[in-house]
Structures are given as structure tokens and as C-alpha cells.
Ligand binder design. Structure first.
Ligand SMILES: N[C@@H](CCC(=O)N[C@@H](CS)C(=O)NCC(=O)O)C(=O)O
Length: 212
């Protein structure tokens, strides 16, 4: 049995939970972080000295933290080959897109855009700076747009770990009050993700409680 420490409104927890649900794994999730607190206790810090969520344990195995490491662990142990290939060369073709999404889309969206809009009081929002961040992110998303205009999923024809790393950000990206560039292939991809039960359950979650 997997145990996950982390509140369901955390985008990183959402990525992990979406992956767990896609792989149909049994789990127990414990609410930790933000309004629940609990991530600064000695017990939690002994699991993750960064005091961050998500953390998982698989049975009585050691704690695993960092969302990318958790996703790769779960995929290596439990996923079918198409989702996370055994062959190192085939796997690199998925991993490069997963890493790309984490380093470019998550970093370019979460703090400079999502936090600046949702987690900042209306009177303090710096719209020119937000518009700049949206413009920078648009350049990154144009790369995904090109890829998704040729393939059903980010790394090619199959749903893979790379789709978790990109897709879990898209509910918030398409939902918040920003001007978005016209990216029809990305929008169609997001619409397809919304049809997945695991995505709807674990990613399409209200973020109202995070509002400043
Ligand atoms: N690099 C880490 C970042 C983890 C992180 O920043 N988690 C946030 C939630 S998304 C957190 O723990 N925030 C503190 C809180 O929720 O109290 C990862 O990818 O897992």
C-alpha cells in the first residue's frame, strides 16, 4: 500500500495522485501542508528535510520526495512499458519531455503566474509583470503546441509520464484569469485529458482555498 503525505490542492500532490490513479494503485493519502500544517514537525522533517509535500512511502520502504523522483519510482515499479519504457533509449524520449515540462512549464507558470494571480491579493497584483511571465510561458508552450499538433500526447502516440508532468498544470493554466495565446493543439490535448477519470478526480480541484 502506498502512503502519500500532501494536501489535494498542491499541484505536485495532484501530479502524484493522478499518476497513482492512472496506474490503479491502492493508496492512503494524509492531508499535510498549507491550512493543514504538519510539514514542520520533527516526524515530517525526518522524512523530508525540506518540509515540502508530496512525500510517499511504498509499504515500509523509505520516504521518497521530489515529485519527479516519485513519478519515476512509481512508473518504474508499476507502469506498463508504454508509459515508462524499460529500454533506456525509449525511456529517454519520454523522460526528456517530462523533464522539459517540469523545468519550463511548471517553473514558468506556478510562481510567476499562478501565485502572482491567485495567491496575491487583488490590490497587489503586478499585471505588467504577470503579462511578461505569460508571454515567456507562451514561448515555451509553443514548443508543446508544435509537438501536440503532430502527436496525440506529449512524447508521441502513447500516454506517458511526460503527460503527467505537463498535463497536471493545465487545469489551472486554462482556468485562471489571464489572457492566453491561441494554442489550439494544446487546448485540444487539455480537452482530451479532461475526459480521463483520474485527471478529473485528482487535478480538476478547486483552488479557492489558496486564494489570497
Ligand atoms: N520540488 C518539489 C517542490 C515541492 C513543493 O514546493 N511543494 C509545495 C506544494 S506544491 C509545498 O510543500 N508547499 C508547502 C505547503 O503546502 O505547506 C517537488 O517537485 O516535489
Amino acid at each position: 500500500m502506498l502512503t502519500i503525505w500532501g494536501r489535494r490542492t498542491s499541484s505536485n500532490v495532484q501530479a502524484v495522485m493522478w499518476c497513482i490513479a492512472e496506474l490503479d494503485l491502492p493508496y492512503d493519502r494524509i492531508d499535510i501542508g498549507h491550512r493543514f500544517g504538519g510539514n514542520d514537525t520533527p516526524e515530517f522533517l525526518a522524512m523530508n528535510p525540506n518540509g515540502k509535500i508530496p512525500v510517499i512511502r511504498d509499504g515500509d520502504g523509505p520516504p521518497i520526495w521530489e515529485t519527479g523522483a516519485i513519478l519515476r519510482y512509481l512508473s518504474s515499479v508499476y507502469a506498463p512499458d508504454a508509459f515508462w519504457p524499460d529500454d533506456p533509449v525509449a525511456r529517454s524520449q519520454v523522460d526528456r519531455w517530462a523533464e522539459w515540462a517540469k523545468l519550463n512549464v511548471a517553473v514558468g507558470f506556478t510562481v510567476p503566474i499562478f501565485w502572482s494571480v491567485v495567491r496575491t491579493p487583488a490590490a497587489e497584483r503586478d499585471w505588467p509583470q504577470i503579462a511578461q511571465a505569460v508571454g515567456r510561458l507562451a514561448e515555451v508552450l509553443a514548443v508543446a503546441e508544435h509537438q501536440l499538433s503532430e502527436h496525440a500526447f506529449l512524447a508521441g502516440p502513447d500516454f506517458t509520464l511526460a503527460d503527467i508532468q505537463l498535463g497536471h498544470l493545465l487545469y489551472r493554466y486554462f482556468d485562471i484569469e489571464i489572457e492566453r495565446p491561441d494554442l489550439p493543439a494544446l487546448r485540444a490535448y487539455y480537452d482530451r485529458l479532461k475526459e480521463r477519470a483520474a485527471f478529473a478526480e485528482h487535478v480538476m480541484i478547486s483552488y479557492d482555498e489558496l486564494r489570497a
